[in-house]
Design a protein around this ligand. Structure first.
Ligand SMILES: Cc1cc2nc3c(=O)[nH]c(=O)nc-3n(C[C@H](O)[C@H](O)[C@H](O)COP(=O)(O)O)c2cc1C
Length: 224
């Protein structure tokens, strides 16, 4: 069982990365071989609309045809049983690297040819996927900012393409370690600190459980 974890945050050890590290430990505890990749280490563009993956005789087989530094990562995603993507929320969306990665990894698998009302996917597309978001927004304000639709839509797309997805939202994150250094009055430092100490550990545990659960589900599925 192979699990790949992709960190969209440019910070390799902040909230998104820590959540993914826990998901990685959970996947390992369930028996997966794992790899955590930081997208900031790769220079890549969004989909270039070459449509090589949509040709009638396409040989791309689930991996984007564009040969740039992210292509080996896309190949690893294709070979994985479990795919967990972590993204910071930037202006109400996953950040740019994550959107580009999702377009580059999902579009080659997604089929424009529909059979019985469903896209006729490349064989072996099925993966157990997770999407973890880290954001400033408080849980109780998610609806007000339409985050379940704006962010959840990517979970629905992963579900459509891979056949399974779970989304985890980690709210009210600690954005920097020392709030006193920054010119801001939007966030209450004491509340942020309380959240970091009391709620973030629960988010980490949820991420651990997610990694474990997805790996267990993939293992069960592969037995069929
Ligand atoms: C460019 C930028 C835009 C952001 N926009 C939002 C936003 O729209 N909503 C939100 O809840 N948080 C927003 N944030 C906060 C980040 O989502 C939050 O700090 C997140 O935890 C960062 O993840 P990291 O700590 O793993 O890097 C923004 C941060 C940056 C840098």
């Amino acid at each position: 069982m192979k699990a790949i974890l992709l960190n969209g945050s440019p910070r390799k050890n902040f909230s998104t990365a820590q959540l993914l590290q826990q998901a990685q430990l959970g996947a390992e505890a369930a028996g997966a071989e794992t790899e955590l990749i930081h997208l900031v280490d790769y220079e890549f563009t969004d989909c270039r609309e070459c449509y090589a993956c949509k040709l009638k005789n396409s040989k791309t087989g689930g991996v984007c045809a564009v040969r740039d530094s992210i292509q080996p990562v896309l190949k690893k995603i294709w070979d994985a049983d479990v795919v967990i993507v972590g993204s910071p929320v930037y202006f109400s969306y996953p950040n740019g690297q994550v959107i580009s990665l999702l377009n580059r990894s999902l579009f080659p698998i997604y089929s424009y040819f529909y059979k019985d009302g469903k896209p006729d996917m490349v064989p072996h597309a099925k993966k157990f996927s997770g999407l973890i978001y880290a954001m400033n927004c408080k849980e109780e304000e998610m609806e007000k900012f339409h985050y379940p639709e704006l962010l959840g839509t990517w979970g629905k797309t992963m579900d459509l393409v891979y056949g399974y997805n779970e989304v985890q939202y980690c709210c009210n994150t600690y954005q920097y370690n020392d709030y006193s250094r920054y010119r801001q009055n939007l966030f209450d430092e004491a509340d942020k600190k309380r959240q970091r100490e009391e709620v973030f550990p629960q988010d980490l545990k949820k991420a651990y459980d997610l990694g474990m659960r997805l790996t267990q589900m993939a293992a069960e599925d592969r037995k069929k």
